[in-house]
Design a protein around this ligand. Structure first.
Ligand code: ATP
Ligand code: MG
Length: 353
């Protein structure tokens, strides 16, 4: 992957649209002082968002907008970098990748936009895309003027680090360290999983036992249900026979009941007839009773008359009796006196001696 073309619009000393082509391998730009060679590097740092560790020679982003002409004051600057991606270092299907950045001056300040293949994206998105091709703000993809002297004068270990970094070894070292770290994490995870696995195995053993037990229980239960079915069937058969017997008995009883009912009906009819006769007789008796009462009353009256007559005659008889009694007493007195006279007479009749 390499830069194929850089396009400047109103960027620093590039007052109009300027396209600079680059070729695979090695490209040198030469020119007099102040002609704008370093502005090209500034454009690259600006467009790729690599300004965090590399200084853009500008106090604020709006200073990057072209201001070289008093009559022409554009309000934006834009730098577009086109990469040749035919080696697909950036894992995309595209053979050409375009990264672009625009800064626009506003009343209150400015706006800055990044574009990836024409699509507006965040700086983070630009970083994560470029990182895939090994382009990072901390990397030495862009080596500044002072960097070379600094690299030469630094201790050898530090320099080795930078060379490793540039050669891409550092990245592999980093990746190796990261991978080792991840490996350690995975190892610990495996340990944990092993412990869990052991627990699960124990649990599994227990569950297998429980499962066997459950299966046995199910089989026995099914058998029990089957036998209970047989039992019920035989009970049903017995019950049916019993039902038939009872039905038969019931039919006999019903027949008997009907006979009895008939008899009862006959008796009832007889009873009704008798009751009717009785009623008639009662009426007759009542009627007769009334006649007899009248007769008795009459007889009573008659008897009463007779009684009073009797009483009368009794009274009469009593008075007659009293009269007779007094006559008798008189007679007794007369008898007594007569007896005395008789005695006197007898005395008188005795011979005198
Ligand atoms: P040297 O050989 O001295 O390093 P150079 O070729 O690297 O020079 P640069 O530093 O890239 O030159 O360019 C500096 C020029 O860019 C100056 O002439 C400066 O006026 C011009 N310049 C910087 N910013 C702007 C701007 N915003 N608008 C117009 N011109 C600008
Ligand atoms: Mg310069």
């Amino acid at each position: 992957m390499y830069i194929k073309e850089i396009e400047f619009v109103n960027f620093k000393s590039f007052g109009k649209k300027v396209k600079i082509p680059f070729y695979n391998d090695f490209t040198t730009i030469s020119g007099p002082n102040g002609s704008g060679k370093s502005n090209i590097i500034d454009g690259i740092l600006f467009a790729l968002g690599l300004t965090s560790s590399r200084t853009l020679r500008a106090e604020k982003l709006t200073d990057l907008i072209y201001n070289g002409d008093a009559s022409k004051k554009p309000d934006f600057a834009q730098v577009t970098i086109r990469f040749d991606n035919s080696d697909h270092k950036l894992p995309l299907e595209l053979d050409e990748v375009e990264v672009s950045r625009k800064v626009r001056r506003t009343k209150n300040g400015y706006y800055s936009y990044f574009y990836f293949n024409g699509k507006s994206v965040s700086l983070g998105e630009i970083h994560s895309q470029l990182e895939k091709a090994g382009i990072t703000p901390e990397g030495y993809n862009v080596v500044m003027q002072g960097d070379v002297t600094q690299i030469i004068s630094m201790p050898s270990v530090e320099r080795r680090k930078i060379i490793d970094e540039i050669a891409g070894v550092a990245e592999f070292d980093e990746r190796k360290q990261k991978a080792l770290g991840e490996l350690e994490v995975v190892r610990q995870q495996i340990e944990r999983v092993d412990i869990i696995l052991e627990e699960v195995r124990t649990q599994l053993g227990k569950l297998a036992g429980e499962r066997d037990q459950a299966l046995k229980y199910q089989a026995l239960k099914a058998e029990k249900v089957k036998f209970e079915g047989y039992l019920l069937l035989s009970k049903l058969k017995d019950a049916r026979t019993e039902l038939q017997n009872v039905d038969k008995e019931l039919a006999g009883k019903e027949e008997h009941r009907e006979k009895v009912q008939l008899l009862l009906n006959e008796r009832m009819q007889e009873l009704q007839a008798l009751e009717k006769t009785l009623e008639e007789l009662s009426v007759e008796i009542r009627k007769k009773g009334e006649d007899e009462q009248l007769q008795v009353k009459r007889e009573i009256e008659e008897t009463k008359g007779e009684i009073s007559r009797c009483v009368d005659s009794i009274e009469l008889s009593e008075s007659e009796l009293e009269e007779a009694d007094s006559r008798r007493r008189k007679a007794f007195v007369e008898i007594d006196s007569t007896k005395g006279k008789v005695g006197e007479l007898e005395e008188k009749l005795k011979p005198k001696t």
